[in-house]
Design a protein around this ligand. Structure first.
Ligand code: ZN
Length: 1017
């Protein structure tokens, strides 16, 4: 346990022998669940009648399928013996607890009902099967009726829109005059600081004040699954209009955004959609003012494509003073002769080519025909002065490790197959037309192939040659490119030679078997080949590169933790690797790595991955690579890498309104000096960054605050463009409005990205402590300044930060920051991942989606009456949710586990895995996908997995089996149950209690007479 940040110095939670009271609750609950488990659940699988009615797509397949008879349910007929959660001790004889409402519990429930979570009276305590009884969010009214393709009324006066009353009961707050609804749970009654001190020193650790004796109902604390499921259902049938509502949907759910002049949250999320006028006011919230940008984010079906606008040789109109690009928030004056910059208020002359008169209200008459004046996100073609070199279609270079380890572990063959499949598709790919020859990369792109072990081998793939010609470059001290033509070819024209080469490489090198790769010389050699044009390298690596210049050695000896020595493992000072990385960025080159450690070995990802991190690339890491299990995943990820939207030679700049300034950037890129543009060798759809702002003055409450990011890049198809993303926020005196319109996902993203940047100066333990302190500061700030009057003993959470503390706990428990042992490779990998992740991927990473599939409703996993896939609701990440005989899908966006309880029904197994697979032990532990079977359950689960696959970041979805008591992946399952005590940190309940106690301390420090200042609203 590492929670020693008690400001008073007492060791509040430092005792590792301390028994988690939740374990008792959990045990109790576990026992009570068994009675559920013995009878078929209400939503169970064995319903009668045709389960196929709603499933047109699967009807044909489903014929002839036998519905299991009623008495052959998936659950064992008799209650099985109590199964203990692995981490608990034996005692189960407590007579109190969850499920038996004591007076205490009833009081709690009443208290919840009185204050109302989300404005509703809390329902009576319910069994968790009652999943449709969740509280409702007041229906946000922004609806599809605004989605008629035309901007609505407010568009006429955009610059002031946000300061005007909402036109309809639009936002979740429309019916509320004051603070957002609060959720809370009572904890320890208000006590003075002295009392706290006494309690700390006197209390045995087994009885932390508030969570003892089951007073905190784990079902009642804010639930991340609920916070996602309810909006997800809502946004199935509603679009998100970007100007009418100022609170974006949760990042983890799919939604269709309608761009009304403010960019879609998929591209940009502000932490605060209403910004206080002064830095002092902001400080009362303890929240960061930041913007999370994902400029090339993937769109979803139903969204309008980003328009590409060409202003010819004059280029897009820009403010002469601050260089802001034309956007919907610039206003026109003097009959259309001047445009006033929304950032710096400078009145610019309108170029004659761009002139249009204004109507009596001051709006340009051609406004609605001008996407740059109506849309938050547009792209401009740019003329020559924006070019670094003549833009050309992207060059892809595959740099393939052919050393012994790669060859003998199936990695080399898998990588070559993956490239082939990515370039040309394969026969078994269902989405491809059979015999399709269309390449998946944009027309004009070229492909080159280079292999390396202790030497570097180039290949002449020139069309007309049946077989590629290998040219060995032996001089690894001074690498050069040994051929001038034929290295890069059109993948369509050279399909024969590329296919034959990639097919032969594995056998060619199975006879050579050189053990040590010379990676840095290989990188320098291929960099030479791309120096003139820029491009993207996709490189495989199977073992620590220990040969030639830049050779690395085993640095991670797994020694001291939380020391400077450990900290150095997370970065690199190696001059050779740093230099190569810098040269790559300069040349407009970036690199993605596919790294496998077949024997779990050390790869020095800190050093090797540095070139990828600073050039805007990514690492696909297979820490315990196993062929064939990981081949499907690798193949999908190579395909994703080359098919996702990719740009190169990119520069990025973020501008903001007068009164604010950029104070820092967090992400994977290069910035030479503070204030300089960010440089990316490459950038793709999955990459995000965080931008921090500070005040350099006071904001004018009569104006809005504006932000614009401009990404200058060359598209994969070879066009030089600027993608502009415009975001607007209202400005208000004081910070109450800021608390109302706080975006939890953006706050968590900014804090997480900032935490990864601290790794060069602080130990992991310090970072974890700082994260805890930040959580306390934010929630205490709210309690002190904005929550109104509540009994001091209650934890009051801001409505829009209800799940904030759980997300931060997820961060504290993540591989990047968790206490305890974790190989440095995995830590560095995850830190860089967090730094570059978009909000959706991060949300899933910090809290997984868990679905039970043994008791699906028969309609789950099929289209509903409106054609949308009906998803089951997700479960809390806690072992207390696990049922006897249950089967669960656990997906955190990085891996997807299929966890199967030891007592799982043989019928379920056969429905999922096929005839004959009626026992867990008969399953193939290395299977990565589910077979296509003509059973209802098989179709449901495969549809659900397909849905999950479309809603995630860059990592492919394949399944990994975690059979209870059989597979190592069970540890990963336990690690991901973030609401439980694990990863050397507290359970969610205890974490909240801990945070609450510190909030009380802070509040009592600052406000002796509680309640005075709290009435600021
Ligand atoms: Zn300006």
């Amino acid at each position: 346990m590492d929670f020693s940040l008690n400001p008073l110095g007492a060791s509040a939670m430092g005792n590792t022998a301390w028994e988690d009271p939740n374990d008792r609750v959990r045990r109790q609950k576990k026992a009570s669940q068994l009675s559920h488990a013995a009878t078929p659940g209400p939503g169970g699988y064995q319903q009668q009648g045709s389960p196929y009615g709603s499933a047109a797509a699967f009807q044909a397949n489903a014929q002839g399928y036998n519905v299991p008879s009623q008495d052959q349910g998936y659950f064992p007929p008799v209650a099985a013996p109590v199964v203990q959660p692995a981490s608990t001790s034996a005692s189960t004889s407590q007579s109190y607890g969850y499920g038996q409402e004591s007076g205490n519990m009833a009081g709690l429930t009443a208290s919840f009902g009185e204050m109302g979570m989300d404005g509703h009276a809390a329902p009576a305590p319910r069994r968790k099967k009652d999943r449709h009884a969740y509280h409702q969010i007041e229906a946000p009214a922004g609806s599809s009726q605004t989605f008629n393709g035309m901007p609505q009324g407010p568009m006429g006066t955009p610059s002031q829109f946000l300061n005007q009353p909402l036109p309809s009961p639009a936002g979740p707050y429309a019916n509320q005059q004051v603070t957002p609804a609060m959720s809370q749970f009572p904890a320890q009654a208000g006590t003075s600081m002295q009392q706290h001190q006494q309690q700390r020193s006197q209390q045995p650790m087994g009885a932390p004040a508030s969570s003892a004796q089951g007073r905190v109902d784990p079902e009642q604390i804010p639930s991340i699954p609920r916070s996602r499921d309810i909006p997800a259902d809502f946004y199935l049938d509603h679009v998100y209009p970007t100007m009418e509502q100022h609170l974006p949907p949760p990042a983890a759910i799919p939604f269709v955004a309608f761009d009304q002049g403010n960019a879609s949250p998929k591209y940009a999320r502000l932490t605060l959609n209403s910004i206080p006028t002064t830095s002092d006011a902001l400080a009362t919230t303890a929240l960061p003012l930041g913007l999370v940008l994902q400029p090339l984010a993937r769109q979803q079906e139903g969204e309008q494509p980003i328009p590409v606008l060409d202003f010819g040789d004059i280029g897009p109109p820009r403010c002469r003073r601050c260089r802001t690009y034309i956007n919907p928030f610039m206003t026109f004056q003097n009959g259309g002769n001047k445009f006033v910059c929304n950032m710096c208020t400078f009145p610019n002359d309108v170029p004659s080519e761009y002139f249009a008169p204004t109507d009596p209200s001051g709006v340009r008459v051609d406004r609605l025909q001008r996407p740059e004046l109506t849309l938050g996100t547009v792209e401009f073609m740019v003329p020559k002065e924006y070019w670094a070199k003549p833009p050309m279609p992207l060059r892809w270079l595959f740099l393939i490790d052919v050393t012994q380890e790669a060859s003998s572990r199936g990695f080399l063959e898998g990588f070559c197959d993956g490239i082939l499949n990515a370039l040309y598709g394969s026969g078994d790919d269902q989405s491809e037309e059979p015999g399709s020859t269309t390449s998946r990369i944009p027309t004009g792109c070229k492909v080159g192939i280079v292999t390396y072990d202790q030497e570097v081998h180039f290949y002449n793939l020139a069309s007309g040659m049946e077989h590629a010609q290998m040219i060995v470059m032996p001089d690894i001290e001074d690498p050069f490119v040994p051929l001038s033509e034929g290295l890069f070819v059109d993948p369509e024209k050279a399909k024969t030679s590329i296919t034959s080469l990639l097919t032969q490489i594995p056998s060619m090198f199975s006879r050579v078997k050189k053990p040590e790769p010379a990676l840095l010389p290989a990188l320098n050699a291929v960099l030479g080949a791309l120096a003139e044009t820029g491009g993207k390298i996709v490189c495989s690596l199977s073992t620590l590169p220990t040969w030639g210049p830049g050779r690395l050695f085993m640095r991670d000896k797994n020694e001291a933790r939380d020391t400077d020595a450990e900290r150095r493992l997370f970065t690199t000072e190696h001059p050779g690797w740093r230099k190569t990385g810098a040269k790559m960025v300069e040349a407009g080159v970036g690199i993605d790595f596919f790294m496998a450690a077949p024997s779990g070995g050390y790869l020095d990802i800190a050093t090797v991955g540095h070139v990828s991190a600073i050039s805007g690339g990514e690492i696909f890491y297979y820490p315990n690579f196993h062929s064939p299990r990981d081949l499907l995943r690798m193949s999908k990820e190579i395909k994703h890498t080359i098919t996702r939207e990719t740009g190169y030679q990119a520069l990025m700049k973020v501008r903001c309104s007068n009164g604010l300034q950029v104070s820092g950037y967090h992400g994977n890129f290069t910035q030479h000096t503070f204030g300089a543009d960010l440089e990316y060798g490459v950038i793709d759809a999955d990459k995000a960054l965080g931008v921090m702002f500070s005040y350099d003055g006071k904001l004018d409450p009569k104006l809005d605050a504006h932000f614009q990011s401009a990404l200058l890049y060359t598209t994969a198809s070879g066009e030089r463009r600027v993608r502009c993303t415009n975001v607007v926020a209202s400005v208000s005196e004081g910070a109450l409005e800021a608390m109302k319109f706080v975006d939890q996902d953006a706050v968590v993203s900014i804090i997480a990205k900032e935490a990864t940047a601290r790794i060069t100066e602080k130990t992991l333990k310090d970072i974890r402590n700082a994260l805890t302190e930040k959580t306390v500061d934010v929630l205490a700030g709210y309690r002190k300044n904005f929550s109104g009057s509540h009994p001091p003993g209650q934890l009051v959470l801001p409505e829009n930060l209800k799940e904030f503390s759980m997300y931060i706990l997820g961060l504290v428990k993540s591989r990047a920051f968790r206490g305890g042992r974790e190989p440095s490779d995995r830590r560095v990998h995850d830190m860089r991942l967090i730094r570059a992740m978009g909000p959706m991927e991060l949300s899933l990473y910090l809290y997984p989606r868990i679905y039970s599939i043994h008791n699906l409703d028969e309609r789950d996993g099929f289209a509903n009456e409106n054609g949308h896939l009906r998803m089951p609701h997700a479960l809390r990440a806690s072992f207390s949710q696990i049922e006897e005989g249950g089967v669960y899908v656990v997906d955190n966006g990085q891996i997807c586990l299929l966890w199967l309880h030891a007592q799982v029904s043989p019928n379920l197994l056969q429905d999922l895995f096929g005839e004959g697979f009626d026992d867990l032990k008969k399953l193939d532990p290395f299977s990565a996908s589910l077979p296509v079977l003509e059973t209802h359950l098989s179709a449901q689960v495969r549809n659900i997995l397909q849905y999950l696959e479309t809603t995630r970041g860059s990592k492919a979805l394949t399944i990994q089996l975690a059979r209870q008591g059989l597979d190592g992946a069970e540890f990963e399952f336990a690690r991901l149950l973030y609401e439980d005590r694990n990863n050397e940190a507290q359970s969610y309940v205890d974490w909240l209690v801990h945070v609450h106690r510190h909030i009380q301390l802070e509040v009592s420090y600052d406000i002796p007479q509680f309640g005075g200042k709290a009435m600021a609203n």
